[in-house]
Design a binder for this molecule. Structure first.
Ligand code: 5GP
Ligand code: MN
Length: 328
């Protein structure tokens, strides 16, 4: 991990103090952490009398519709304005900004809050902790550092980020810090039971149909240690499903007894294959993701490759098998 990589809430606070208008940008294919971070930060900045706007290139998943301020998200390509400060949240590299990248280039100053160990520290001011289990932990710390009082609404956003990135507080990165933050969120009136139902105990019909397809296509490689699932464009069409409906399906592969790695390959656009890689700790897969042009965390990474579903999947599975082989 880069030695420059550290939490710097004071430096971010300084950049925020000097700004009036602030563009907060989430990553493409947004998840609960990046959206929770952006909306918690938006509420915090409003409380400080700033003018925040939130941006995301892609559609916000339906199960995040309950978050306060979610209706204010705009597509960066619909915005011609410049802002005093651009703040990326949970964005592992500039490519994950999508069209937010040109918005970033128009802003007077740039900053970011992130938790990906592969982050190249692409902003002027970077508060990045590659060990933090969720970027929302860093946003919590940031709001606290700036003296923003905790509210039920901010708690909803931060809980969503922390719980979704930690697999509902179960992945190995889940820390004592997360639970001490949770205790403060509970005191602020967090509707835990309602939100955890929406996030973890309900799925849409489209998700369920798509899951059926993925499980039908489930096969094993690497002597049974790698679960492989694929979803073609046709599968999405047949199920009436969007890309976001596939987001947690890879976990079903990993949850199979005997597997150490799981991969879900999905044809997000014709000829464009998006891979989700997961592994059981201490097995890592981020190095394989990185070697193929992707990135992420030790046990949860992603790659995007051009090609057919079959060819691209063969490349990724061969790389995972090779890794298991060399580690034997
Ligand atoms: P997911 O499989 O849930 O889409 O992504 C898992 C992790 O890998 C996330 O933390 C995400 O930031 C990272 N990731 C996903 N897709 C890509 C990609 O195409 N490139 C890079 N560099 N990282 C990715
Ligand atoms: Mn995250």
């Amino acid at each position: 991990m880069n030695s420059e990589m550290r939490r710097q809430p004071e430096a971010i606070a300084e950049a925020i103090r000097a700004a009036d208008s602030i563009a907060i940008c989430s990553h493409i294919n947004p998840d609960g952490d990046t959206i929770g971070c952006a909306l918690a930060m938006r509420l915090g900045l409003l409380a400080l009398g700033k003018k925040p706007s939130v941006f995301c290139e892609d559609k916000i998943p339906d199960n995040l519709a309950m978050l306060p301020g979610v209706e204010t998200f705009r597509n960066p390509s619909d915005c011609g304005e410049a802002f005093d400060l651009f703040l990326a949240v949970d964005v592992s590299d500039p490519a994950r900004l999508g069209t937010g990248r040109s918005l970033m280039e128009r802003c007077a100053h740039t900053a970011q809050i992130d938790h990906h160990p592969t982050n190249p520290l692409f902003a002027e001011t970077n508060s990045v902790d590659g060990y933090a289990p969720a970027a929302s932990v860093l946003v919590y710390e940031q709001l606290r550092q700036m003296g923003v009082p905790m509210t039920r609404e901010i708690a909803m956003c931060l809980y969503t980020g922390m719980s979704t990135d930690t697999g509902n507080f179960s992945f190995s990165a889940t820390s004592a810090e997360v639970f001490s933050i949770m205790s403060e969120l509970m005191r602020a009136g967090l509707p835990l039971s309602e939100l955890s139902r929406i996030l973890f105990r309900e799925r849409s019909r489209e998700q369920l149909r798509l899951l059926g397809r993925a499980i039908e296509h489930l096969r094993f490689a690497g002597g049974g240690r790698i679960a492989v699932m694929t979803l073609s464009r046709q599968d999405f069409l047949d199920c009436g499903a969007l890309n976001e409906h596939a987001d947690t399906i890879v976990n079903y592969g990993l949850e199979t007894v005997g597997t150490q790695m799981a991969v879900l390959a999905r044809e997000d656009e014709p000829g464009m294959i998006k891979f989700s890689l997961r592994s059981k700790s201490p097995q890592r897969i981020d190095d394989v993701a990185k070697s193929l042009g992707g990135g992420g965390h030790p046990q949860a990474s992603g790659i995007t490759l051009a090609g057919t579903l079959r060819e691209a999947t063969a490349v990724v599975v061969a790389a995972l098998e090779q890794k298991l082989e060399t580690e034997k």
